[in-house]
Write a protein that binds this ligand. Structure first.
Ligand code: AMP
Ligand code: GLY
Length: 429
């Protein structure tokens, strides 16, 4: 491999902009490409239009641009087997892919697979049962043996929409029908998982692993609901903070011993090769961690909070990920600062919203970092083009200060119908 490494980041959201922003600081970086990227990534690398699920087109980009490292942002290409295709093709087999093969991505791609993996490897999680769509009547009968609230999930990928938390049994039965009748979520609804409701505090834990060693990234918390004080419908995430105030070293030790290490051990025992990130969605119930779900990628908007906290060279970790002893020796150094991310969204999101409004004020921001998501450039001006438009991240010694900084900074930005939550990180003291 060359001394400088060419990198392609696949995806087009704020998460991918934040990953690229961090990689762009590396002393090992050759050229940085994004497929397809967004208006923000165009300012730090080269955007190449591509369908992230079309391996033949991606392969051409990899070869033409002599890509050494391919970083996969979103889950769909992983579950569709992009890593397998890349490593089994002689023309691309030397590319290091940051993202697991399909067998590992199934930890996110099938909730029923993930739950049986957790059970097999004795990883604390909510009790559950799974049912095929044809047996939805049995699923409904099973509900009678439980008490509210009921948690009903479509097995497969459903773009964050396949989980129903129901307060009574009628709602729960309707949720089962929504998933199974007419297969609204396609293949994803061929199975359902019903599980025990866990009451606690949710956190997002990320590791980068080669299947043997791992690096623990800063712990984060995202704000999923659209409204302040966690009200209203779920979104892709309206903000994030990192680190999380109530997560102390004792809890981190429990998370490593009870969740992370048994997962790595389980992957090895089940002969699932895994190179990439694992995102553990955890519920902390009375100081005990329970695993709600795995994701085979980084989180959005948690990544926009986490990347600015990393002092180490992220690309150096990627370059050496397959070399166990070298990877093991590399340290992940984290800044002792508090990071806070506020999402600016299009009014109406997560339901209907309008796009195409000009974004102003991005040239005078000072001490905050802006990551782009639903933004489009036209004739040197920027316009809204999605539900979540921008992510504003600030760093400071205390959450009080990062809160001040983020909200002072974002008030300089404007676009029609701009919406954001005023309480991101307000209680992170
Ligand atoms: P998921 O798509 O699996 O991340 O689920 C979406 C959200 O539903 C999670 O982030 C939790 O807030 C909630 N959730 C999922 N499973 C449970 C559970 N067993 N108990 C309580 N809340 C849950
Ligand atoms: N922020 C949660 C996710 O990326 O799935």
């Amino acid at each position: 491999m060359s001394k400088y490494y060419n990198v392609l980041v696949l995806g087009s959201g704020g998460r991918e902009h934040a990953i690229g922003w961090k990689l762009n600081q590396s002393r090992f970086l050759g050229q940085l490409f994004f497929g397809p990227g967004n208006a923000g990534t165009a300012s730090i690398g080269k955007n190449i239009p591509v369908d992230i699920n079309d391996f033949d087109s991606i392969k051409k980009i990899l070869i033409k641009n002599k890509i050494d490292i391919l970083v996969i942002g979103p889950e769909n290409p992983l579950v569709n087997g992009i890593s397998d295709k890349c490593s089994s093709d002689p023309d691309t087999s030397n590319v290091v892919v940051i993202g697991p093969q399909k067998s590992g991505a199934m930890l996110e791609g099938s909730k029923s697979f993930a739950k049986s993996f957790m059970q097999k490897h004795k990883i604390p999680t909510a009790k559950y049962k799974d049912f095929n769509a044809e047996n939805s009547e049995n699923a409904k009968k099973y509900l009678e043996t439980l008490s509210a609230p009921f948690v009903i999930k479509a097995d497969g990928l459903a773009a964050g929409k396949g989980v129903y938390i129901c307060q009574n049994i009628d709602e729960a039965k309707k949720a089962i029908d929504k998933i199974t009748v007419g297969l609204k979520f396609g293949e994803a609804g061929k199975k359902i998982v019903i599980e025990e409701f866990l009451e606690g505090k949710e956190i997002s834990v990320f590791i980068l692993t080669n299947g043997t060693e791992y690096k623990l990234f800063p712990i984060a918390q995202d704000y999923k609901r659209i409204g302040e004080n966690d009200t209203g419908p779920n979104t892709g995430g309206m903000g994030a903070v990192s680190p999380v105030s109530f997560v102390d070293s004792e809890l981190i030790k429990k998370i490593e011993e009870q969740i992370i290490k048994p997962t790595i051990h389980g992957l090895r025992r089940d002969e699932i090769k895994y190179t990439g990130f694992i995102f553990f969605g955890l519920m902390i119930v009375k100081s005990k961690p329970y695993l709600i779900e795995y994701n085979a990628r980084l989180g959005d908007p948690e990544t926009q909070s986490i990347m600015p906290l990393i002092d180490s060279d992220l690309l150096e970790l990627f370059i050496n990920i397959k070399n166990s002893s070298k990877f093991d020796r590399l340290k992940l150094v984290i800044k002792t600062l508090k990071s806070l991310t506020v999402i600016l969204s299009s009014g109406g999101y997560p339901e209907k919203y309008k796009s195409g409004y000009e974004i102003k004020g991005l040239d005078q921001l000072g001490d905050i970092t802006v990551f782009h998501a639903g933004v489009q450039e036209k004739n040197n001006s920027l316009f809204t083009s999605g539900g979540r438009v921008l992510a504003i991240t600030s760093l400071a010694k205390s959450f009080e200060d990062s809160f001040e900084k983020a909200y002072k900074g974002l008030k300089k930005i404007s676009f029609k119908d701009m919406y954001y939550r005023n309480d991101i990180g307000r209680n992170s003291r």
